[in-house]
Design a binder for this molecule. Structure first.
Ligand code: RIB
Ligand code: CA
Length: 342
């Protein structure tokens, strides 16, 4: 027996080592290498916390901020706040564009509050911003990574990525896909009768990203307006008993009020968290590849996404348009992940 072990022990050890390495490499390979571009924003904060709570699936490389819901100084402060609340001060935050490419800036303090986060007090987080501008970070990073390896979660106006693509079109090589919270088709817009806020806040940027040919997934109002809070769902989150649960239930209780009044609904959407949920569990969502264009003409359809759901125009597909989702499955995932945070 001793001879057997002596002879075969090195072989057995190397087989075991190889199997451990292959498992870890598969796990590493399965992780989404992610940059989150965001304008926090109440629902952006929820999306960030959901991402921070999911390190097995998401490698959050960085957060890049943009003006949108509120001005850039506040969206950047709020991204740092979310990072502190999520216990992820290892993730760098890069501030980006302070205004849209062309149109006059618009904001949404009426929905997100003057500080950009409803329902909770804000403070100056301990850890600061990186010195590098977000656009330069995107260019440097997307030039240096393996081809098609980085996913971008786009939770606000698309200004940063558009500027990066204009300045360095070659960065497309590093992008696997861009998952966008934005757009509206079947049931109209939320900032105008036909346009959704993120697209309306910078339609020219969305058009640049669309025409760059990067792989796009849109999570539009068509689906986010089907995934609504309820008293029970928010009570489950509050009942987690941790800081994250209290923060998210307080933020959402404040955030959804405007939509509930406007649409006369018993709950409100958590738009941006749908992007992270899609990355974590795509089976919660359904959609189809379609041709979609953005209207950049000043006027009543400014910022509208024209989603050719039935292929009427027989034009090439440009986006994967998500049209439906499992609301309870979304809240089960969100609640379970938030329970992991402090
Ligand atoms: O229309 C909803 C989108 O606009 C969300 O991303 C919200 O945060 C705002 O930016
Ligand atoms: Ca947002």
């Amino acid at each position: 027996m001793a001879r057997f072990t002596q002879t075969f022990q090195p072989l057995i050890r190397s087989i075991l080592l190889l199997s451990v390495l292959s498992i870890s490499s598969v796990q590493a390979a399965d992780k989404v290498d992610l940059i989150i571009d965001t304008d926090p924003g109440a629902d952006d904060v929820v999306a960030l916390l959901l991402a921070f709570a999911s390190p097995e699936e998401l490698n959050v490389r960085a957060i890049t901020t943009v003006a949108g819901n509120v001005r850039l100084d506040k969206t950047s402060r709020n991204a740092r706040l979310a990072r502190e609340w999520g216990g992820r001060e290892d993730i760098p935050v890069y501030a980006g564009a302070p205004r849209p490419l062309i149109r006059t800036p618009i904001y949404a303090e009426n929905i997100h509050g003057e500080e950009g986060v409803t329902g909770v007090p804000v403070h100056e987080p301990a850890k600061g911003l990186e010195q590098t501008h977000a656009v330069n970070y995107l260019i440097d990073t997307l030039r240096s990574v393996k081809p098609g390896s980085v996913t971008i979660a786009m939770l606000g106006p698309q200004t940063n990525l558009a500027l990066a693509l204009i300045q360095a079109p070659d960065i497309k090589q590093g992008i696997k896909e861009v998952v966008v919270m934005g757009g509206a088709h079947f049931n109209g817009g939320n900032i105008t009768p036909v346009a959704e806020f993120n697209l309306y806040a910078d339609p020219h940027a969305a058009d640049v990203v669309l025409k760059s040919g990067v792989k796009l997934v849109y999570i539009p109002l068509d689906v986010t307006h089907k995934i609504l809070t309820s008293e029970e769902r928010l009570k489950h989150i509050a009942a987690l008993g941790n800081t994250a649960g209290k923060l998210v239930s307080d933020i959402l209780n404040g955030y959804v009020k405007a939509d509930m009044e406007h649409y006369g609904l018993p709950g409100g959407p958590v738009h941006d968290a749908g992007v992270i949920a899609y990355l974590l569990k795509p089976s919660l969502f359904t959609g189809r590849e379609i041709n979609m264009v953005v209207d950049t003409r000043e006027g009543p359809t400014f910022g509208q996404t024209i989603a050719d759901w039935y292929g009427t125009l027989k034009q090439p597909n440009t986006v994967f348009w998500v049209e439906d989702g499992d609301a309870q499955g979304f809240f089960d995932l969100l609640t379970a992940r938030l329970s992991r945070l402090k």
